[in-house]
Design a protein around this ligand. Sequence first.
Ligand SMILES: Cc1ncc(COP(=O)(O)O)c(C=O)c1O
Length: 385
Amino acid sequence: MRTLQYIPMKVPLLDLHAQYAPIRDEILAALTRVADSQRFIMGPEIDAFERELEAMLGIRHAIALSSGTDALLLALMALDIGPGDEVVTPTYSFFATAGAVARLGARPVLVDIDPATFNIDPSQAVDAITPRTKAIMPVHLFGQSADLDPLIEVSVRDGIPIVEDAAQAIGATYRSRPIGGIGALGCFSFFPSKNLGAFGDAGLLTTNDDRLAANARLLRTHGMQPKYYHHVVGANFRMDALQAAVLRVKAPHLKRWTEGRRANAARYRTLFRAAGLDGVVTLPAEPADRLHIYNQFVIRTPERDGLKRHLDEQGIGNEIYYPVPFHQQPCFANLGYATGAFPHAERAAAESLAIPIYGELTEAQQEAVVSAIGAFVHRRVGAAR
Ligand SMILES: Cc1ncc(COP(=O)(O)O)c(C=O)c1O
């Protein structure tokens, strides 16, 4: 065991300035291009962005949207999901996942997670299917694909579409296939903290199905075709041209940024091991058949709340994703799940903590993070003696 030399240093959870500085001129030129064109809604930026994302993701259709939340909502609308329908989804995710189901008057049927990966437990998902199930919605949480093959098997057998909540996982793969194009529909978020982040809210819906794509495109603009003739009740789910222009500059850098995150994850593993902390603190699992893009690097410890307080005091950025699973949220009390219903999710909510992982993080910063965690652990061990 090696105790890292403790060098106090503040480390933010995310430093967007570090990513922005080298591409500032390109971004400002892109924003100026849109300003000079005065074309803010749809138009050439959106068209070009969609074609570029289709090529980058290897998916037939990419539909630019206002947010990841709207991508989920639109995916379910394109599948005509509504009152009386059920959607099977994990209880542990960002609120938008189950929120989109509930907003359409359908019922989120919640299942527990696999504690090793934080992702939906596929066998529980299969068991939760009823004649009312209209979709299965796995989440690729923190940037790692859910275990999809068991879900695909039941999807094919029973004709139940899979909607992938890929909001946190752009560029991740499952058994060498890019996520977002494996199920019927994929939903991405470009919230600024994502690996590919916009300058505000933006999202994307992906599909290889021409009919679903046409339906989603129609619903994106109030079901309108041509102007002022409405076939179905849609909404305004459009991405701003300004966001598309920013994302077009950033997208070519994504692979390199993700490699930076993956290299940082590997370095954390070395540093935690060298400090004698692996096993004391649980590091994220990385099954060999999935490429993790590390939107978050989430560690686990039963002493999470104490560790969080310690890191806050030391100025080390951290965040609890997510403190309360869906089944314990007040707004979902009507679903009738009891506390204790999903023990793995409840334990993850009590034990997990994200630490800085962004691509520009330096080795010295990572050493500061690990040594701060080591100082907490060793203090606890000392106090217990
Ligand atoms: C798993 C998950 N689903 C959906 C969303 C919603 O995306 P947005 O914030 O772009 O609406 C997010 C965003 O944080 C997310 O993490």
